[in-house]
Design a protein around this ligand. Structure first.
Ligand SMILES: CC(=O)N[C@H]1[C@@H](OP(=O)(O)OP(=O)(O)OC[C@H]2O[C@@H](n3ccc(=O)[nH]c3=O)[C@H](O)[C@@H]2O)O[C@H](CO)[C@@H](O)[C@@H]1O
Ligand SMILES: C=C(OP(=O)(O)O)C(=O)O
Length: 443
């Protein structure tokens, strides 16, 4: 079994570079399906398990996908005749597989994708995606574990109001509307930077879309789209994770390629907590409090530009070190507190009250064996391990690998005492022997 083992107590210093954004590259690769001619070359592609999965989804549909992980590029040629199905084996691994629905429906008038189930952070339905397609004239059929969308001829432009600004629904509806007959006006849509990145790519492919990054997006349908070259924006959540790593260890880290404008809510909370954040030419410099004293604060997760739910668990790790009472309220997902139990195993003092977690800090964190419950929980447990007494062992790394490129290696390059190991689960090791072995390996 693979584990990450962290020995707490090391300050982080130096420079680290963030990769292209997972949540931008997945819709961009899905959108490449729409191009009936030409080739797309996508650069700044992070080498993540999710990128391998979306590439497989496309290959399974007869798209030529050529991923060069050494160059961080993906070349995509979707000009073949494609099949229009995404089976459960992919959707189960990665919910973002549902993002092929919009592009396939736009290009072929048909798409069949396994229904995504719930996941560790909530039930995550796709009703808003489907309502949008229906408003454009598609017939939706849900049965036998699949959702199938069909339209005779082209979709029709429509006025669509989203009940909530869902990121995935905004992306799927924009992609479907790109080839619709007429204009689609999408209101109350998501404003995340990843939406803007997707729209920039679609416009390079020949689409006519305005308003991305605002509440209303206007899509004038065109007859066809072609391949285009595009560079993925930096990952604001990976950047935010390193910001917390610097802050929690009282270090001084330059996070290259971090985009300050995408991180305003995170920067503002860190500053409230007594962390210094400086904008530099190459990125963001984050310096932990000189007196070592982090201040308690409250956060409420919200759609962009509010505080991102994908940074909630990392901030929770930081709040555990802050003096006083901090409150985190999760409003985006119904059940994104699974990591609280794992933090408690590390001696964290906190309680859940409805959609909020109340944290009494600072907690004297102790190393323990903990399991990642989702991707950001994995990162948060590693962050807590950086300041815990003794060794923290984090398992279930499949979650981490979906969204972070070599997080352990990058933290080690900044001075963390951290290692990824492959341990045989059949060998039972006494705690003291285990510790001796680790001391030999890490010190
Ligand atoms: C690949 C990707 O980009 N993933 C991000 C995307 O996920 P994703 O696109 O799945 O998130 P959404 O914005 O759609 O979900 C937000 C909320 O809306 C609800 N909802 C959504 C769609 C729908 O049809 N009906 C419905 O009720 C969801 O259950 C959730 O409670 O945005 C989330 C919110 O910022 C992030 O945490 C994810 O990292
Ligand atoms: C929840 C996340 O991703 P996904 O929507 O791909 O599950 C995330 O990136 O934290």
């Amino acid at each position: 079994m693979e584990k990450i083992i962290v020995r707490g107590g090391h300050q982080l210093n130096g420079t680290v570079r963030v990769e292209g954004a997972k949540n931008a590259v997945l819709p961009v690769i899905a959108a490449s399906l729409i191009a009936s001619e030409g080739k797309s070359i996508i650069t700044e592609v992070p080498v993540l398990a999710d990128v391998y999965t979306i590439n497989e989804v496309l290959r399974n549909m007869n798209v030529n996908v050529n991923f060069d992980p050494d160059k961080n590029t993906v070349e995509i040629d979707a000009s073949n005749d494609l099949t229009t199905e995404a089976p459960f084996e992919y959707v189960r691994k990665m919910r973002a597989s549902v993002l092929v629905l919009g592009p396939l429906l736009a290009r072929y008038g048909h798409a069949k994708v396994a229904m995504p189930g719930g996941c560790a952070i909530g039930s995550r339905p796709i009703d808003l995606h489907l309502k949008g397609f229906e408003a454009m004239g598609a017939e939706i059929h849900v049965g036998n574990g699949f959702v199938e969308a069909k339209v005779d001829g082209r979709l029709k432009g429509a006025k669509i109001y989203l009940d909530m600004p869902s990121v995935g629904a905004t992306e799927n509806i924009i992609m479907a509307a790109a080839l619709a007959d007429g204009t689609t006006i999408l209101e109350n849509c998501a404003k995340e930077p990843e939406i803007v990145d997707l729209v920039n790519y679609l416009n390079k492919m020949g689409a006519k879309i305005v308003g991305a990054g605002t509440e209303t997006i206007r899509i004038t349908g065109v007859e066809k789209l072609h391949g285009a070259n595009h560079s993925i924006i930096p990952d604001r959540i990976e950047a935010g994770t390193f910001m917390v790593a610097a802050a929690i260890t009282g270090g001084n880290v330059l996070i290259e390629n971090a985009e300050a404008d995408h991180l305003r809510s995170v920067i503002s909370k860190l500053e409230e907590m007594n962390v210094t954040v400086k904008e530099e030419n190459r990125g963001l410099r984050v310096i932990g409090p000189k007196d070592g004293k982090l201040k308690a604060t409250d956060i409420k997760t919200l759609p962009y530009p509010g505080f991102p739910t994908d940074m909630q668990s990392q901030l929770m790790a930081l709040m555990l070190q802050a003096k006083g009472t901090s409150v985190i309220t999760e409003t985006v997902f119904e059940n994104r507190f699974m990591h609280v139990e794992e933090f408690r195993r590390m001696n964290a003092k906190m309680k859940i009250e409805g959609r909020s977690v109340i944290i009494e800090g600072p907690s004297e964190l102790q190393g323990a064996e903990v399991a990642a419950t989702d991707l950001r929980a994995a990162a948060a447990l590693i962050l807590a391990g950086l300041v815990s007494e003794g060794y923290t062992r984090i398992t279930e790394l499949k979650h981490l690998d979906r969204g972070y490129v070599d997080l352990a290696g990058k933290l080690a390059s900044l001075g963390a005492n951290i290692e990824r190991v492959n341990e045989d689960p059949n060998v039972l090791i006494q705690a003291d022997q285990d510790n001796k072995r680790m001391i030999a390996r890490l010190s």
